[in-house]
Design a binder for this molecule. Structure first.
Ligand code: SF4
Length: 437
């Protein structure tokens, strides 16, 4: 019989989707049976007490978790999030319920042996409950006690040769899409860049010294499988300089219905017979495509690399050959100032090992933000407060048309007098002459 009655949580099992409540109940049952005969190092009823405390929160409309001070492992300033229950007498199994963040491999490739070992550690020393993956990308191990932390850290680093992730005001665990390992759209090796920068910035990852959190994410193409443009302070997105490549024979096969659009994936809407004008040309956001009944053409200057035509007809349209990446800065979730997407800082960079150009941009941003950023201010908020122009100055980036957010109504970039040849006076006189004022 269940230790706590949980009528509200039970309702969450009734929908058509997988339920975390069912998962926790399954874990509680498994621990009660203990088929492997484990000598559990934390209270065996911890999943049941987790359900109990959650039901109590639903009944009372308030959380029963409190931050009870800093916990962690020796030498690291992040990677463990201290969690304590404020009702330890009622729910002793979750009196301590710390979260451990584990640095996931680039592209999230695992062997089953690795996953088994990870679960063995967590069955023995934690609640057995995991979150694969947390929103930063890490493997999140939910619920353990303070005395287990050093043991877990030792086993992760020695048996699995893996590391803790980031938490607090430091560099968070960098995340990358699978990139060139499997994806034909990859414009640079996002996994290699992620790995290299993770190694390079170990200090920043493990020893909090920033005003607030800082996230790197690496998308190898504009499809953005790790959503770096929305979810990272420093986002690297693969792109190309030249034109998309069109194979007219393959286009004809799509039009004749010989190849299924969207690689056969169903988008949830039945479009009927493939219609290249309705499904591709008219949906190009910058009207860069045209179709004369037999040939698909592109005006490369107008293409904004949205990937729509490529995703719809992957056998006929391909990314360009001059590949690299764009760097965007300042995305964040809505904690203080509202959600913000990244602003374009470097339109095109040759994304090549050893990534020196990228590192230079990163370090210039950090130097400036650590000097000017307020406590708990994300770099995107510092940019908003002190201007994108300031960011361009500190990163030695020349203003470019791509930095203009709304041409004419909001120039975004303000020129200084010394930047105008002949100064303001000459400029205004010439303007008046031209416009006969
Ligand atoms: Fe148009 Fe997007 Fe295709 Fe470029 S990638 S041509 S913007 S649909």
């Amino acid at each position: 019989m269940a230790k706590h009655a949980t009528p509200k949580l039970d309702q969450l099992e009734s929908g058509p989707w997988p339920s975390f409540v069912s998962d926790i109940k399954q874990e509680a049952e498994m621990r009660a049976k203990n088929p492997k005969g484990l000598d559990y190092q934390i209270p065996v009823d911890c999943p049941e007490d987790l359900l109990g405390v959650l039901e109590l929160s639903y009944n009372e409309g308030e959380t029963h978790w409190k931050h009870g001070g800093i916990v962690g492992v020796f030498g690291y300033g992040g990677g463990v999030i201290g969690r304590y229950c404020d009702q330890p007498e009622m729910f002793p199994g979750v009196a301590h319920f710390h979260t451990v963040r584990v640095n996931q491999p680039a592209g999230k490739f695992y062997t089953s042996e690795y996953l088994r070992k990870l679960c063995d550690i967590w069955d023995l020393r934690g609640s057995g409950l995991t979150n694969m993956h947390g929103s930063t990308g890490d493997i999140v191990l939910l619920g353990t006690t303070t005395p287990q932390l050093e043991e877990i850290f030792w086993e992760l680093t020695h048996d699995l040769e893996t590391d803790l992730g980031g938490s607090g005001s430091n560099l968070r665990t960098p995340a990358a899409c699978m990139g060139e390992s499997r994806c034909e759209y990859a414009c640079y090796d996002s996994q290699q860049m992620c790995y290299d920068l993770t190694q390079e910035y170990q200090d920043e990852l493990h020893r909090p010294a920033f005003p607030y959190k800082f996230k790197f994410k690496f998308d190898a193409c504009p499809n953005g499988c790790v959503a770096s443009i929305a979810r990272s302070d420093f986002s690297v997105i693969g792109t190309w300089k030249d034109s998309i490549k069109i194979d007219q024979d393959a286009v004809a096969e799509y039009v004749a219905g010989k190849i299924a659009p969207n690689a056969g994936a169903h988008s949830g809407r039945d479009w009927g017979k493939f219609d290249i004008e309705a499904e591709v040309v008219n949906r190009c956001p910058s009207k860069a495509l045209s179709w004369d009944g037999s040939k698909l053409s592109v005006n490369a200057k107008d293409c904004v690399r949205c990937m729509h035509c490529i995703n719809t007809m992957p056998k006929a349209v391909r990314i360009g050959d001059e590949r690299g990446a764009s760097i965007l800065v300042g995305a964040k979730a809505p904690i203080l100032d509202g959600a913000q997407m990244g602003s374009l800082l470097v339109p095109f960079i040759e994304a090549k090992d050893p990534w020196d150009e990228v590192k230079e941009v990163i370090e210039n941003i950090w130097d400036w933000w650590m000097e000017e950023g307020k406590n708990r201010e994300r770099v995107g908020e510092t940019i908003k407060r002190l201007s994108l122009q300031k960011l361009l100055e500190v990163t030695n980036t020349a203003p470019q048309p791509q930095h203009v957010v709304e041409p004419r109504s909001n120039p975004y970039i303000f020129f200084k007098e010394e930047e105008v040849p002949g100064g303001w006076d000459r400029d205004i006189t010439e303007y008046r002459k031209r416009h006969q004022r």
